[in-house]
Design a protein around this ligand. Sequence first.
Ligand code: A2P
Length: 268
Amino acid sequence: TAPVIDPTAFPIPAGVFAETVTEVQHYTDTLFRFRITRPASFRFRSGEFVMIGLPNAEKPIYRAYSIASPSWDAEIEFFSIKVPDGPLTAHLQNVQVGDTVLMRKKSTGTLVNDALLPGKRLYMFSTGTGIAPFASLIRDPETYEKFDEVILTHTCRTVAELAYGKALYDSCMTDPLIGEFAKDKLRHYCTVTREPYAFTGRITDLLASGKIFSDLGVPPIDPEHDRGMICGSMAMLQDTKAAMEGFGLVEGANNKPGTFVVERAFVD
Ligand code: A2P
């Protein structure tokens, strides 16, 4: 089939990278992942986000996307929702291998190892596409150099929505670069809220009841040893942040590392 976007219809704007889609995988009606070529001069820290758009207008629309691939990877990966009338995702969901995606040159973000004080155990709390920055961080050896244990939590409405995270976790275990670290240190805790599953409930409720700790066989969160990163909807961030503060953790930033950090899963 012909590409949906004709890359010759509009000039490529100045100051952005124009990259080629190398892979597209759809998981559900609302979730997909895609990979693009990586510009040789593009550097970022695992966990950061970047603005992306499509060359389908004189002035393309850009949206913030967490980079889901680690900083050492030869390509750039994104994990996206599909919104039928979303200004960007309505078109982005149709991209095919060979199409062009625009990417602004500067990445940024707070879900980076530098924004956290050293600790023993790192929790990564995600809902929906909020898993994307953690997909980057759990594939970065630096994360395992800094922490003894890494617990990635992912909560979705349905079991089908967990597929990206499950495949990601499995691929980490066999990865030649991080497989040994991951086998030793990485744990994946998935829960579902709108249908039956082995583990159910919102992460905030599981933290409040302590069920997450008994399920994992770990002590409750302790500011001396535990660190948190949070990525999800605005409401999820607020509630999970309050839970972290309840355990005595303090929010950090790039210029002032703390015991937890927060970032919105942008596109919605
Ligand atoms: P629920 O099904 O109970 O709303 P969404 O697609 O709305 O971003 O939700 C993704 C996941 O995050 C769902 O499992 C949802 O649970 C959960 N969630 C939504 N709001 C919150 C919140 N304020 N705190 C914790 N989890 C939340």
